[in-house]
Design a protein around this ligand. Structure first.
Ligand code: HPA
Ligand code: ZN
Length: 326
């Protein structure tokens, strides 16, 4: 439709995207086959029957199970290329992309250098082929032993200029930002940007901790900001961007229906919001589908265009690069 075309051609940046969350079922089966990894599902249909999630944890269980199929630098390259090709069709000019090396290294026993080599090769080829620029944010996995976060930073340190930032993801409740003060201080000392998932399933206080203790420059999700008026006023005043993911919130039952999503209210209040796909292979759509879901609730096209403009503004790209994107 005309609306879909308009939404897919708006220039935008994607700021909340887990590369492992772009692993489509077909590609996971292909990687399992070529790497000899056994999966508990015999057919694509059996696997496809697993994509109904009750909450964040039930999604994470499948996300980590399929991640086991990623073994070689070629796998990580192909995964990145498939995402960038798809993102280009949604009008993405630039993507700041999370990866979860603690899982690859300590759970799946893949070398950090293998992961980084593959992702970087994918970014290089993707920029060349599809014109989408990309950068990596190393996301710390908050429900793994904190010692593994330190060990990953040891590995990342010698190649620190190949990553632009540190993030914090995985099971939020019971794993507050306060647990990662030292790791974020260390990451920031490498010259990295800092962002953190907070206020997705966890309370507004985790957003406060991410700002005060981790010095996060953006908050990923952050929708529980609406539970704390004082904190909301501060985030509005300081223009801290929030990377919202409507279809993710819907599929993980953080909101009951797309019409109940708080994003219109957040925009109305004056928060700097952006629209992102989070884990598009799991949540039923890439970034333009997230804009389309908002359009379906009656959000006007000028507000959707303002959200796309916010995404470019809230990116870590330099001013010349932002000008190229607009
Ligand atoms: N939240 C927390 N952890 C995650 C997510 C998410 O949306 N996606 C991948 N890991
Ligand atoms: Zn996320």
């Amino acid at each position: 439709t005309d609306m879909q075309t308009a939404l897919a051609t708006m220039p935008k940046a994607e700021l909340h995207l887990h590369i492992e969350g772009t692993l489509e079922p077909e590609l996971a089966f292909e990687f399992a086959r070529r790497n000899g990894v056994r999966l508990p599902w015999r057919t694509l249909d059996e696997l496809r029957a697993q994509y109904r999630f009750a909450n964040l944890q039930s999604f994470l269980d499948l996300y980590y199970a399929l991640m086991r199929t990623l073994r070689t630098a070629d796998d990580f390259r192909d995964l990145m290329l498939a995402y960038l090709e798809r993102a280009a069709r949604d009008g993405v000019m630039h993507a700041e992309i999370f990866f979860d090396p603690q899982v690859h290294v300590f759970t799946d026993h893949v070398d950090y250098d293998t992961v980084l080599d593959g992702l970087r090769e994918g970014l290089r080829l993707g920029a060349e082929r599809y014109g989408v620029t990309g950068a990596l944010i190393l996301s710390l996995v908050r429900d793994m032993d904190v010692a593994t976060a330190d060990r990953i930073l040891d590995m990342a340190q010698t190649r620190s200029d190949e990553v632009i930032g540190v993030g914090l993801d995985s099971a939020e409740a019971g794993h507050p930002p306060s647990m990662f003060v030292d790791q974020f201080a260390r990451a920031r000392s490498l010259g990295w940007h800092a962002v953190a998932h907070a206020g997705e399933e966890g309370p507004a206080d985790y957003i406060r901790q991410a700002l005060d203790l981790l010095h996060a420059e953006r908050i990923d999700h952050g929708i529980h900001i609406l539970d704390d008026d004082e904190l909301e006023a501060r985030v509005i005043r300081d223009r801290i961007p929030l990377t919202c993911c409507p279809l993710s919130n819907l599929r993980l039952q953080v909101v009951g229906s797309i019409d109940d999503h708080p994003l219109p209210r957040m925009v109305h209040d004056g928060l700097v919001c952006t629209v992102n796909s989070d884990d598009p292979a799991y949540f039923g759509g890439y970034v333009a589908a997230n804009y389309a879901a908002l359009a379906s609730t009656g959000m006007p096209l000028d507000m959707l265009a303002a959200l796309a403009a916010n995404s470019i503004e809230a990116s870590f790209a330099d001013d010349a690069d932002k000008e190229r994107m607009r």
